[in-house]
Write a protein that binds this ligand. Structure first.
Ligand SMILES: Cc1cc2nc3c(=O)[nH]c(=O)nc-3n(C[C@H](O)[C@H](O)[C@H](O)COP(=O)(O)OP(=O)(O)OC[C@H]3O[C@@H](n4cnc5c(N)ncnc54)[C@H](O)[C@@H]3O)c2cc1C
Length: 412
């Protein structure tokens, strides 16, 4: 017999944001839950480390104030988002374009026809209902940009999709641009880990068991490497795509995009208006960079600034990065100190066309799967997949679903 410490209605495997959100939805419906997490703490890819008073995200996370799931997930009521200055600043061959800040009329008045065209395009997309976005023909984002003569949006899309080649589905790309145009890019105050910390802290004590690696799953039994078996009525896999396919060999392993985050400390501080700077010059490795401590002052000790830079690929030579940052920030970077370089080879699953924005979350009655590989490869996608999967669990348990706004495609 399994003790109650080893038994729950649902065992969730993985305490990333999708697993934690799923736990909240199930507990709110009166279902008992245990969350098993292999790592020493919850959070998954949304991790932040403390170094010399700096708070360094492992992943250079960007959220959007337009992500609806941030409001729909129980436990995130106290989440504080620190927005960047409106829009983004795109640096291309000596030119700086502001994208997403001006109305077409103001962009025209400022003398930039290109800015006016981009503003008009983003404005139209922001006003377009999601169904109309999804009715557009699907191809790669790169092909769609070419056919619309909107190459200037390439750096923005690469940043939003973590995809330097823009092989992502144009539907996902349009939804990402629509989300950008309807909200503000932002980061969680205190670092990416603030979001899973909030979710974890508001679950009943004992719900999350860390340091427990799951070895195999069946509908009513979860076997772990060193902590025995856990009995249940259903299992929800909330791991990343590869670990999910290891545990359920029928699941497809997607391709992944790799990402490197580089953190620099700037002695004496660096003035900034809190803009996100995008590098539109493909000869350099930088995708985007920001004085993160200007956006979120909790991330650096007094008198010093934190610059966080994202590269969409493997770690480049740090000297090359420093010389590019010197150009982008128009200052010497000679005394900047590298605090950390975080390389994640399988950062996010790729989403080439045709991309199903609602991949199945119910494998069979008693076995479910969620995570950013089921919807879109974002926090919004991970949270939404959790809501879809837990609705499927509750339906199979015969429990009435709580009233909730309709599910819209995840990047919308
Ligand atoms: C470098 C990088 C940059 C990103 N940038 C952005 C961005 O700008 N905007 C955005 O919205 N999103 C971004 N993302 C994506 C976002 O972080 C993820 O979509 C989200 O965190 C996924 O959450 P999850 O719960 O689906 O998976 P995960 O966070 O991967 O959680 C899965 C959990 O399962 C655990 N686990 C795995 N196997 C087992 C096992 N056998 N037993 C027990 N536990 C197990 C893992 O330890 C992990 O904690 C980025 C990700 C990376 C890596």
């Amino acid at each position: 017999m399994l003790s109650s410490a080893h038994h729950a209605d649902v065992v969730i495997v993985g305490a990333g944001v999708s697993g934690l959100a799923a736990a909240h939805h199930l507990i709110a419906a009166g279902v008992s839950v245990i969350v098993l997490e292999a790592a020493d703490g919850p959070g998954g890819r949304m991790a932040t480390e403390l170094t010399d008073g700096f708070r360094l995200d492992r992943i250079g996370q960007l959220l959007s104030t337009s992500y609806p799931e941030l409001d729909l997930t129980p436990g995130l009521g106290d989440l504080v988002l620190r927005p960047f200055a409106p829009g983004v600043r795109v640096h291309t061959e000596g030119k700086v374009l502001r994208v997403g800040t001006l109305t077409p009329a103001r962009a025209l008045a400022s003398g930039s026809l290109e800015q006016a065209r981009l503003s008009a395009m983003l404005g139209r997309l922001a006003a377009l209902p999601v169904e109309r976005v999804l009715a557009r023909p699907e191809r790669t984002a790169a092909a769609a940009l070419r056919s619309r003569g909107a190459g200037a949006l390439r750096p923005l899309l690469a940043t939003l999709l973590c995809d330097a080649e823009l092989g992502t589905s144009s539907r996902v790309a349009d939804l990402a641009l629509r989300g950008f145009a309807r909200g503000r890019l932002a980061v969680p105050e205190g670092g990416a880990s603030a979001l899973p910390e909030l979710l974890g802290a508001s679950l009943p004590p004992g719900t999350i068991r860390t340091g427990v690696r799951v070895r195999s799953v069946a509908t009513n039994l979860v076997t772990t490497e060193e902590h025995g078996d856990f009995g249940c009525r259903s299992v929800l896999l909330a791991t990343g795509a590869r670990a999910a396919a290891d545990l359920l060999p029928g699941l497809r392993v997607p391709r992944f995009h790799e990402v490197t985050a580089i953190h620099h400390a700037v002695p004496g501080g660096l003035p900034s208006d809190g803009s996100l700077l995008l590098d539109g010059d493909a000869r350099w490795p930088v995708a985007h960079t920001a004085v993160m401590s200007a956006v979120d002052p909790t991330r650096a000790p007094a008198g010093r600034s934190l610059v966080t830079t994202t590269v969409l690929g493997p770690p480049p030579a740090l000297r090359t990065v420093a010389s590019r940052l010197a150009r982008l920030y128009e200052t010497s970077t000679r005394d900047w100190e590298v605090l950390a370089v975080h390389h994640t080879p399988e950062a996010v699953p790729a989403m080439p066309p045709p991309h199903d924005l609602r991949r199945p979350v119910r494998v069979l009655s008693g076995l479910y799967v969620c995570g950013d590989h089921r919807d879109t490869n974002t926090v919004q996608g991970a949270l939404q997949s959790a809501r879809r999967a837990t609705s499927a669990v509750l339906r199979d348990f015969g429990i009435p679903l709580p009233a909730a706004p309709p599910l819209v495609p995840a990047a919308a």
